[in-house]
Design a protein. Structure first.
Lengths: 126, 186
């Protein structure tokens, strides 16, 4: 590595759970049997990252990006959706406090649709 | 088996943008010529451009999914109780049985993971191989990339993402393959 090089460490995880009877505790879902996680250290090949941005109305995140992380910092009302085709088809929903983070194809056009009152933070890598 | 009273998925993501920098040297030369402390070296710290970590986790009811998923194929794992008892000749008190990580083979041709056309409420995919996996959630646009070892997890918009629209492949015409594990819940 050299001074100024950048990389992004990201992890995604999930825990499927099931509740047998009303009021019971939740257990690991018996169809799955374990917690699931994956991580990746993404080296940005001489390229950079963008400063954290906050939006409160619908808008594009950027173009020719290789990585995005989007967090619904707060939602007072309405919904927060993400599309990767410049807002035409919303495919991912974020509830308050949730985050979507992934490498994306450089041809994708990430767009956040806010209907209602919400604050969304995002960053990107190229 | 009985359908559970409730099913949900707790999920989260964590992102640490990093930048390489030179540490401050603490090296000193003592009277007799020997050194103490540590010379400057290259290390990683939080990316000063982004200036924060990103992350989040579901809360409250988390992602509520349909209690009866209708099929074992909503996850890529094979529970011990899913095995056909009459097809197993092992002596059970001598046999240790665990959940198998079956995985799903992926080729360079886009293919659906789950049959049917149900709206999908949650999706998790981890790439178990070394070749990058590509994920399309609408049309055949391979917009989400999953390198080897990485995973994606998301609350999908069940109005637009259905079993029929979730497709995976390796790079088009690359003649490469990989294996994924997944949770695709309606």
């Amino acid at each position: 590595m050299a001074v100024g090089d950048k990389r992004i460490l990201y992890k995604n995880h999930c825990v499927p759970q099931e509740q047998v009877g009303s009021g019971d505790r939740y257990y690991l879902d018996s169809d799955c049997g374990r917690k699931l996680t994956g991580s990746y250290l993404y080296d940005l090949d001489g390229a950079g990252t963008t400063a954290t941005s906050t939006i409160t109305s619908s808008g594009a995140i950027g173009t020719t990006l290789d990585f995005i992380a989007v967090t619904a910092a707060s939602i007072s009302s309405g919904t927060v959706m993400i599309s990767l085709d410049n807002g035409t088809t919303s495919i991912i929903e974020l509830k308050e406090g949730e985050c979507f983070a992934s490498k994306i194809a450089s041809g994708a056009q990430p767009y956040v649709t806010i209907s209602g009152t919400a604050s969304v933070d995002y960053m990107s890598g190229t | 088996m009985a359908t559970p009273n409730d099913r949900r998925i707790v999920y989260g993501a964590h992102v640490i943008p990093q930048i390489a920098y030179n540490t401050t040297s603490t090296e000193v030369t003592r009277e007799e010529g020997s050194t103490a402390g540590r010379a400057s070296y290259e290390d990683w710290k939080l990316d000063t451009t982004v200036a924060k970590r990103f992350g989040g986790k579901s809360t409250g009811d988390h992602v509520q999914i349909t209690h009866d998923q209708s099929m074992d194929g909503w996850v890529s794992f094979l529970s011990p109780i899913d095995q056909q008892w009459e097809a197993v000749d092992n002596v059970w008190n001598l046999d240790s049985t665990i959940w198998n990580h079956e995985g799903l083979g992926v080729t360079d041709t886009l293919s659906v993971i789950r049959s049917g056309s149900d709206g999908i409420k949650f999706l998790y995919i981890k790439n178990l191989g070394t070749v990058q996996c590509e994920l399309a959630l609408e049309g055949d646009e391979r917009d989400i990339l999953i390198p080897g070892g990485a995973a994606v997890s998301m609350r999908t918009n069940s109005s637009s993402v259905t079993s029929a629209t979730v497709k995976v492949a390796t790079a088009a015409s690359s003649s490469t393959t990989t294996t994924i594990e997944y949770v695709i819940a309606k």
